[in-house]
Design a protein around this ligand. Sequence first.
Ligand SMILES: *[C@@H]1O[C@H](CO)[C@@H](O)[C@H](O)[C@H]1NC(C)=O
Ligand SMILES: *[C@@H]1O[C@H](CO)[C@@H](O)[C@H](O)[C@H]1NC(C)=O
Ligand SMILES: *[C@@H]1O[C@H](CO)[C@@H](O)[C@H](O)[C@H]1NC(C)=O
Ligand SMILES: *[C@@H]1O[C@H](CO)[C@@H](O)[C@H](O)[C@H]1NC(C)=O
Ligand SMILES: *[C@@H]1O[C@H](CO)[C@@H](O)[C@H](O)[C@H]1NC(C)=O
Ligand SMILES: *[C@@H]1O[C@H](CO)[C@@H](O)[C@H](O)[C@H]1NC(C)=O
Ligand SMILES: *[C@@H]1O[C@H](CO)[C@@H](O)[C@H](O)[C@H]1NC(C)=O
Ligand SMILES: *[C@@H]1O[C@H](CO)[C@@H](O)[C@H](O)[C@H]1NC(C)=O
Length: 333
Amino acid sequence: MVPLALFFILLTVPVLDFSGDPHKLTLKPGEDVLLHCQVPRDGDIAVIVWSRPDQESQKYVLLYKENRTHEKYQLPSYRGRVELSDPEMKDGDVSVVLKNVSVNDTGTYECGVIISGRPEPEVINTITLNVTDSDPHKLTLKPGEDVLLHCQVPRDGVIAVIVWSRPDQESQKYVLLYKENRTHEKYQLPSYRGRVELSDPEMKDGDVSVVLKNVSVNDTGTYECGVIISGRPEPEVINTITLNVTDSGHAAGGTDGGDKDVGGILRPFLLPVIIVIFIALFVAFKKSSEKPVAAENEKNILFQDSTPFINPPTGQLTALQQQGIGGKYKMTL
Ligand SMILES: *[C@@H]1O[C@H](CO)[C@@H](O)[C@H](O)[C@H]1NC(C)=O
Ligand SMILES: *[C@@H]1O[C@H](CO)[C@@H](O)[C@H](O)[C@H]1NC(C)=O
Ligand SMILES: *[C@@H]1O[C@H](CO)[C@@H](O)[C@H](O)[C@H]1NC(C)=O
Ligand SMILES: *[C@@H]1O[C@H](CO)[C@@H](O)[C@H](O)[C@H]1NC(C)=O
Ligand SMILES: *[C@@H]1O[C@H](CO)[C@@H](O)[C@H](O)[C@H]1NC(C)=O
Ligand SMILES: *[C@@H]1O[C@H](CO)[C@@H](O)[C@H](O)[C@H]1NC(C)=O
Ligand SMILES: *[C@@H]1O[C@H](CO)[C@@H](O)[C@H](O)[C@H]1NC(C)=O
Ligand SMILES: *[C@@H]1O[C@H](CO)[C@@H](O)[C@H](O)[C@H]1NC(C)=O
């Protein structure tokens, strides 16, 4: 009953969505942001300086000294928008909240302190803010253009499988499937054949971005990048991107799929697993010689070398359905 166990594991496993480097934050204008800074708990904080080392100014984002902040030394653009997130600075937390950011807040922020009795100011943390109007997860293109679909896997494992999928389409195939060190056209949606490739075939530093060439209005929709890391059981969704390919100001007739559709990647994975469970149960119950080989092949495709989530080709499914197994599956569900 391995498949059944797997089924329940799949239902309960949370899908991870990686946020990036905590020192690099991307925001939209109007948002508030917490700039984190934690001082080691071994002294009285006499002075806190939040500065912009990338600006040639004698003033600061925030200066705290003699138990209060000093507007006099503050860069005018930050007045009224910055405050300590914990005015009591409990446990050395000297983080600040910066409110209502604008594109002009893009840049480097440095948190420094002077501890009572120590001569040297100490830099605790440096954060880079990027405030931009353009959402990197929403791209608008014209037909014929090429586009880079970005996907960066955290650098802590060997990438066994890469799946670029269209969660908004009811297909068992993919935009790109990379497995066993190569891409597999067999599992690729026909409309993407010959148009998608890894932007860095060596996937250096976990870069599994792809280039999609010569887009058409039919490419409008949601793209999801997922990976399976060697030795980890569950697929992980890394990034979701919405493409809008339009040759005029008019809608291309696609979906405007949700950015946070994190569960999406499980959908193409779950269905074949459920099907396999029913096939396995069916075969077990019948214990007949009626084409069990087909079911075995199915399992082999799905469960070989710890990459259990790859869909069988649609053709095989159709064949199984014609044998009546699909009918059983539909009735039972
Ligand atoms: C700051 O506050 C601390 C304790 O709350 C106090 O001991 C110290 O004298 C104050 N310093 C100034 C310059 O007001
Ligand atoms: C936020 O900042 C913009 C200018 O960057 C200003 O027009 C707007 O009124 C501010 N909103 C709030 C709520 O302070
Ligand atoms: C950003 O800076 C430019 C140039 O200094 C200024 O014209 C503009 O008003 C600023 N925008 C905001 C939202 O503060
Ligand atoms: C900020 O983010 C946008 C969108 O991801 C990117 O195009 C731009 O180059 C970034 N700017 C900086 C200064 O990092
Ligand atoms: C994939 O490549 C790695 C290193 O290049 C190698 O160790 C591994 O055996 C290859 N896997 C397959 C299935 O070819
Ligand atoms: C781009 O795709 C269109 C159809 O969408 C096709 O007619 C055209 O030949 C393609 N161009 C190239 C350079 O492949
Ligand atoms: C887009 O899809 C429609 C319907 O499937 C098809 O008729 C048309 O040729 C496609 N267009 C391109 C540019 O691929
Ligand atoms: C695509 O962009 C066009 C032009 O900006 C817009 O009119 C249309 O509503 C967008 N379509 C989708 C599906 O987001």
